[in-house]
Ligand binder design. Structure first.
Ligand code: ADP
Length: 468
């Protein structure tokens, strides 16, 4: 089967969060199963573009209303990611340093989707499936199904995976003329709550819809930023498939970013060495339990509560714990987290920003990882933590509920029910108690590290979905 993945992110080319990790791994595992999976994404001004070799496979123009933009599609020459990677370069639109956050993101992603489809449309053969990811590629199922220009692709099945329903990419009807011509009576397929809503449109038009965990599929029927009723009505074609992790990239035995590699048999000495190195850099005491948070500093992740949670935990533990934060996002949360350093230096530190290498080192060196998320479609951090012997402390929601079992229920993590200062504080207290029992911690670590969350299972589940 030939599968084309269209996505705004793909690790290691461009990654903002879990979407990048998934699209960087799933195609590789689908290829391992004997299929041909390819990724077509925008060409940002990234290190990956500068450091690798490409050939031009398509040279053309894309029109957005009256404006024409030159388009070039590059293929990475060596297949180094384990799949064919195509980068859509549109002069003046895609060649930016960041993936998102520009005033013209709507134009950027519409132009990318049209350019990608124009190219695929003129292939001699047709792909078997077009797999779109999140709202940035959400107009594709509508366009292939309804635009005259893509009539040839109208019988190619489309799949939408929802990695996060909070972001939908809405824009006004004044931009309708950007899309290639279609019968206007079909406009309703683009519409949700008086705007053009790419995510809603993809939910309506894709042949199949998937979410990144089974629990998230349940939860979005009552919590999906306004799309609840639509998701409920399209439930019949929807499935929840839990993400995997890329065991080639996230492998403590071989990870080149770590101070010391380790396996489950050497978990104690391995984590000790990594923790010591981390604590030396961040002025923390390696004898104390190290709690960490890694992620986007936004309300969805419960990050707005972290300053109060950390303040309470550090004040009440009388200097007996360490906390290290890696993240960026809301400037108010960033500055509140930074301020805590003045009060609790020696027990608390932060790295505000994005740092892939440091994230690996923290998964390896920390004792506990906090995820007090309000919304968590799947969550990859907890799976990386498990693989690196770091005990996850998670709210029972979405993919966290599907992957972490509380030690009280015979499991290996610490779970709480609410995103509240009280609940998370209580969970930190339980973790502190657990940390005193070195034997139990060692057993839990060994057990967690052997859990299998690899992509092999999920890659096959997607193939089954395509077959349907
Ligand atoms: P989301 O996609 O909602 O942000 P996920 O848990 O699905 O959350 O994926 C987050 C991914 O981004 C993980 O690979 C995590 O390690 C990484 N990540 C998040 N913030 C940072 C950061 N500041 N530095 C390095 N990696 C980060």
């Amino acid at each position: 089967m030939e599968i084309i993945h269209l996505s705004a992110e793909c690790y290691p080319v461009a990654k903002v969060g879990g979407l990048g990790d998934v699209v960087g791994a799933l195609p590789k595992y689908q290829n391992k199963l004997g299929h041909i999976a390819k990724v077509v994404m925008p060409a940002y001004r990234s290190k990956f573009m500068q450091e690798n070799e490409f050939e031009v496979v398509y040279d053309s123009w894309v029109a957005l209303g009256a404006q024409n933009y030159p388009v070039r599609i590059f293929r990475e020459k060596t297949n180094k990611l384990g799949f064919d990677l195509f980068l859509v370069h549109i002069d003046g639109l895609t060649d930016r340093e960041k993936v998102y956050g520009y005033h013209d993101d709507t134009e950027r992603f519409i132009a990318y989707q049209i350019a990608a489809l124009d190219w695929i449309n003129q292939w001699e053969h047709k792909p078997d499936v077009i797999h779109t990811h999140d709202h940035h590629t959400g107009l594709i199922p509508f366009m292939t199904g309804n635009c005259e220009r893509y009539k040839r692709l109208s019988n190619v099945p489309t799949v939408l995976t929802i990695h996060n329903a909070q972001y939908q990419g809405q824009f006004g009807w004044d931009k309708l003329h950007y899309l290639p011509a279609f019968d206007l009576w079909k406009s309703g397929l683009l519409e949700w709550k008086n705007s053009i809503n790419p995510l809603a449109s993809a939910i309506k038009c894709a042949w199949r819809v998937s979410t990144v965990s089974p629990s998230y599929l349940e939860e979005i029927s009552y919590h999906a930023n306004g799309l609840e009723s639509l998701l409920a009505s399209e439930r019949g074609k929807s499935a929840g498939i839990l993400n995997g992790i890329d065991n080639d990239v996230w492998n403590p035995e071989k990870d080149p970013m770590l101070q010391k590699n380790f396996a489950f048999r050497t978990v104690d000495s391995g984590k000790k060495a990594n923790k010591a190195a981390l604590c030396a850099v961040f002025n923390l005491d390696p004898a104390k339990p190290l709690f960490t948070f890694i992620g986007r500093l936004v309300g969805e992740k419960g990050a707005d509560l972290l300053p109060d949670i950390f303040h309470n935990a550090l004040a009440h533990s009388h200097g007996n714990i360490n906390i290290l934060v890696l993240g960026s996002g809301d400037p108010v949360i960033e500055s509140r987290l930074e301020q805590l350093k003045h009060w609790f230096g020696g027990n608390y530190n932060t790295y505000i920003g994005y740092n892939e290498q440091l994230s690996h080192q923290i998964y390896a060196g920390a004792d506990f990882l906090l995820m007090p998320s309000r919304v968590e479609p799947c969550g990859l951090n907890q799976m990386y933590a498990l693989r690196y012997g770091t005990i996850p402390i998670v709210r029972r929601i979405g993919g966290l509920k599907d992957t972490v079992v509380d030690i009280g229920d015979g499991g290996f993590g610490i779970c709480h029910d609410q995103t509240s200062v009280w609940d998370v504080g209580n969970a930190i207290g339980r973790a502190y108690g657990l940390f005193q029992d070195k034997k139990q911690v060692k057993e839990i670590r060994k057990y967690m590290m052997q859990l299998d969350h690899s992509w092999d299972r999920a890659a096959q589940q997607y193939i089954d979905l395509y077959q349907m």
